[in-house]
Design a protein around this ligand. Structure first.
Ligand SMILES: Nc1ncnc2c1ncn2[C@@H]1O[C@H](COP(=O)(O)OP(=O)(O)OP(=O)(O)O)[C@@H](O)[C@H]1O
Ligand SMILES: [Mg+2]
Length: 235
């Protein structure tokens, strides 16, 4: 199908010195692409820059061959890009169902089909649809956040640390769901601290440090790379 997303030589930050220093990221359709790297490397910043939440000072973001550099997040959503931030990714006072509805508020048309698809992927969300999202466990909230993102029927799903704070069992389950999402023909770009496990399911990965690409390769090759293992994956 070709290239979904291409971020080329991104520079930008929060007003002070640049945090991104020439970051490159590419996602082909049907790929799981993982960004790993130390805390403060600029992983979340790169995601925000791609999604139009942080000004790209220099560089270019293209999506399906269209230049979307510094476009508004709303436009990204309309184009089929969904983004789940690292924090505050559900509306805590709303029910699960209302959270899902909010996910698609920019789009017109009947939401019930989309909601059924999300419930098929996450049956627990259907059981809990009337529960307030803020009262759910961390793992359940991550499901709500992912489900909400899927409500726009995206071509590209961007996830910032979807397994943060989850138990080993829930981490496994989340990675399984992510593989299932890819099998639906959705490209996935995710940042992960559970780097080894994430790279194991990734088609390709990037190691980011100080806003630069340090390594990029297939997930398997990055896992097998001695230097990457010692410096970034805890040996
Ligand atoms: N809103 C902000 N305002 C100013 N500086 C910020 C802001 N958010 C992040 N930074 C700075 O940008 C740098 C990169 O942060 P970023 O959140 O992108 O790192 P990260 O790789 O996602 O780290 P982590 O693994 O801890 O999530 C850090 O030095 C951080 O202090
Ligand atoms: Mg981060």
């Amino acid at each position: 199908m070709g290239t979904l997303l291409q971020a080329q030589a991104l520079y930008g930050g929060y007003g002070g010195a640049d945090i991104l220093n020439g970051t490159n990221i590419r996602v082909e359709s049907d790929e799981i692409v993982v960004i790993v790297g130390p805390n403060g490397a600029g992983k979340s910043t790169a995601m925000k820059a791609i999604f139009g939440l942080l000004h790209v000072r220099e560089g270019k973001v293209t999506y399906l061959d269209e230049d979307i550099t510094n476009a508004k997040p709303e436009k990204m959503v309309r184009r089929g890009i969904a983004y789940v931030p690292q924090e505050r990714n559900v509306f805590p006072s709303m029910t699960v169902r209302e959270n899902l509805e909010m996910g698609a508020y920019l789009l017109s048309g009947d939401l019930s089909d989309r909601m059924e698809h999300v419930y098929e992927l996450f049956p627990k969300l259907k059981e809990r649809r009337h529960q307030q999202a803020g009262l759910m466990s961390g793992g359940e909230r991550q499901m709500v956040a992912m489900g909400r993102a899927l409500m726009i029927d995206p071509k590209l799903l961007m996830l910032d640390e979807p397994t943060a704070g989850l138990s080993p069992m829930l981490i496994d389950e989340t990675f399984e769901r992510i593989q299932e999402i890819r099998s639906l023909g959705i490209g996935v770009l995710m940042v992960e601290q559970n780097a080894k496990q994430a790279l194991a399911i990734a088609d390709r990965g990037y190691v980011l440090a100080t806003g630069r690409n340090r390594f990029e390769d297939t997930g398997a090759n990055l896992l097998a790379n001695q230097e990457v293992a010692e410096m970034f994956l805890g040996g």
